[in-house]
Structure formats: structure tokens, C-alpha cells
Design a protein around this ligand. Structure first.
Ligand code: PEP
Ligand code: MN
Length: 337
């Protein structure tokens, strides 16, 4: 439930409601809009049964949240969430470009990539250390050694590091070595992992499940937020359809749909969304045009030799052209990069 305050409600009105709710052990989220304030209530509302909130000074009306995703929805928090990571913001005017190889393979591979990206003004480096591969015989990632190499790249370049974890056992390591945790498509409904990640304060990129509806995806975000971690960035990475020419079908309509339903930032992953490097740049343009707050792109110094996802990886030259196109899109849309 949220309390919608009257436009003329005073600071004292808002503070006295906040005190009352906190006194009943309820969580409070205050959204200060340009016209009016909305107070979101978190917790078991039954303790409010004998409290006529609607009669309190400054209150206009009480609005129940009908969506199953309460904290992730716009009713609870009408203004956009901006996730702050060091001096960067995801979900504001600036487009966030995250790039790097599918998997960390070696020191030279990740450091060369990081140095190249840094020279192009990219602030976020991705690289998988735990790879949830379809086959148990495929390269599974360098695990902790991979995280250490990412941390080395962070140390050298000052970039922020994004890496996937597939089990709650890796959370402590992730807290040591990375700046943003990725929850991959295959784990989007691993509810225990979501809850554990929710107990940290690390920003989380939550990818859409391979066959998850938008509502299921927002409910997955809700699992994380319900534990107190609001630093979530959603990522559209394509869903399974009957089409096999592309690896997945990048559902770009989810971007404006999420923007309507939720205050959380959303980025797009055209690499996994298409599975083909030639389609990555056009779909990146389209994702930005649809309102995405950024992109996550796979890039490899020599995609033909990549141990995973080579066919969808850009090389340094093709990444450079992508960047030029994205800069033009950003200009057109009044966003910065
Ligand atoms: C990845 O980012 O390399 C990855 C495995 O992504 P997804 O979970 O979207 O398949
Ligand atoms: Mn990959």
C-alpha cells in the first residue's frame, strides 16, 4: 500500500506519518515528486488495522498495490531508480556501456580487453568466471582465479567489474573481487540465490530468464528487493521462441513495458539476444531507441579463438564502430555516453 499525500502536505505531516509507521516496525519509502509525496509502506500491513491513516493531516488517499511485484513497481516508487556505483550512475541521463569477454580465459585476454575498453572511455568491464554452460563438457570458467584476474584488471584500469555468480557460495568472493553481481538467465528463478544476493548491498544485474514473462522477471527482482537490496539493474537478453536463426529473440518491447511497470533501470544484451555478432550493432541501436539505459556487449581480442560465445562476440574494430553508432544515437536522444 502507498499513502498519497496532498500537494499542500507539510514536511511535519510527512514526518509524523513516517514516525508512526516506523513505530509499528514497518519499513517506509518516501518518493518526493514534483507535485506530491508518496509514502510506500513495507511490511505486514495488518498492524495498521486500528490506525485511520486516511484521517491524518496531509493525507489525500491510500492506494493498494495490486501488482504482485510491490517494491519493483511504479505505484510504490513513481520516480526512476538510479543505481549509483562509485561515481557512476545507471538509470540516469547517461547510457551505461558494459563490455568484455563472455568468459575470463587468461591474464592477457582480460587485461588486453580491459586496456582497449578503457582507452575507448568504457567504465564497466564484464567477464564470466563461473560459466553456466549447457554442456558439462564445455569450458566452465576459471572460477576464483578468473575473479582475481578481473580484480587485477580493475586495479590497473580503475574500471568497475561485473561478473556472474551461480551459487550463494560465491557471494563472499564476489564481494571481494567485483563491483556488480550478474544473475544469469538460468538462475533468474533460483529464489534462494536471489534472497542471498538481496542480503548484500552489491548492485545486481538481473537477466531475464530464458522463458520468463515480464511479470515473473519483476517478481524475481522483488525477491532481491524484499531482502533490502534495491540496487537492481534489469537486463533483457532475449527469450526462447520458435525462431532458430537467432540464438534468442531479443524482446525489445520489454524495455518500454518495464519502464511503464517498474522504476528499475533496464539494459539490453544484444550479444546473447541474437547470438550473431553482425546483429549486435543494429540491435544495440534499437535497444537504445526503445529506451534502454545501457548495453552489455561481448567483445574478445580474437573471437574465433574464444572458449565461449565467439560467434556473438565483437572484436576491437567492430566494437569501435558500435561505439560510434551509439554515440550518434545518444546525441539524437539527448542522452550522454
Ligand atoms: C553471459 O552473460 O555470458 C551469460 C551466460 O548470459 P545469460 O545468462 O543471459 O545467458
Ligand atoms: Mn556469454
Amino acid at each position: 500500500m502507498v499513502i498519497v499525500m496532498k500537494p499542500q502536505a507539510t514536511r511535519a505531516d510527512i514526518e509524523s506519518i513516517e514516525r508512526l509507521l516506523k513505530g509499528l516496525n514497518l519499513g517506509v519509502h518516501i518518493s518526493t515528486g514534483s507535485e506530491r509525496t508518496i509514502i510506500g509502506i513495507i511490511g505486514d500491513k495488518r498492524v495498521l488495522a486500528d490506525t485511520p491513516l486516511e484521517l491524518m493531516p496531509g493525507v489525500d488517499r491510500l492506494v493498494p498495490i495490486v501488482e504482485p511485484f510491490k517494491l519493483a513497481g511504479r505505484t510504490f516508487k513513481p520516480e526512476n531508480t538510479v543505481v549509483r556505483i562509485r561515481d557512476h550512475e545507471i538509470g540516469g541521463r547517461q547510457l551505461t556501456i558494459i563490455a568484455g569477454p563472455c568468459a575470463v580465459e587468461s591474464r592477457s585476454q582480460i587485461l588486453d580487453t580491459a586496456r582497449f575498453l578503457k582507452s575507448k572511455g568504457i567504465h564497466f568491464l564484464r567477464g564470466g568466471a563461473y560459466k553456466p554452460r549447457t554442456s558439462p563438457y564445455s569450458f566452465q570458467g576459471l572460477e576464483e582465479d578468473g575473479l582475481k584476474l578481473l580484480a587485477e584488471a580493475r586495479e590497473e584500469t580503475g574500471m568497475l567489474v561485473v561478473s556472474e555468480i551461480v551459487s550463494a557460495r560465491s557471494i563472499e568472493l564476489a564481494e571481494r573481487y567485483v563491483d556488480v553481481i550478474q544473475i544469469g538467465a538460468r538462475n533468474m528463478q533460483n529464489f534462494q540465490l536471489l534472497q542471498e544476493v538481496g542480503r548484500t548491498r552489491l548492485p545486481v544485474i538481473l537477466k531475464r530468464g530464458l522463458s520468463a514473462t515480464i511479470e515473473e522477471w519483476l517478481n524475481a527482482a522483488e525477491y532481491i528487493m524484499n531482502e533490502g537490496n534495491y540496487n537492481i539493474i534489469l537486463c533483457e537478453r532475449g527469450i526462447r521462441t520458435f525462431e532458430t536463426y537467432t540464438r534468442n529473440t531479443l524482446d525489445l518491447s520489454s524495455i518500454p513495458a518495464i519502464k511503464e511497470l517498474s522504476h528499475l533501470p533496464i539494459i539490453a544484451d544484444p550479444s546473447h539476444g541474437t547470438g550473431k555478432w553482425r546483429l549486435v550493432t543494429p540491435m544495440s541501436r534499437a535497444a537504445i531507441a526503445a529506451g534502454a539505459d545501457g548495453l552489455i556487449i561481448e567483445i574478445h581480442p580474437d573471437p574465433k579463438k574464444a572458449l565461449s560465445d565467439g560467434p556473438q562476440s565483437l572484436n576491437f574494430d567492430t566494437f569501435d564502430s558500435l561505439l560510434q553508432e551509439i554515440r550518434r544515437m545518444a546525441d539524437l536522444l539527448g542522452r550522454e555516453i
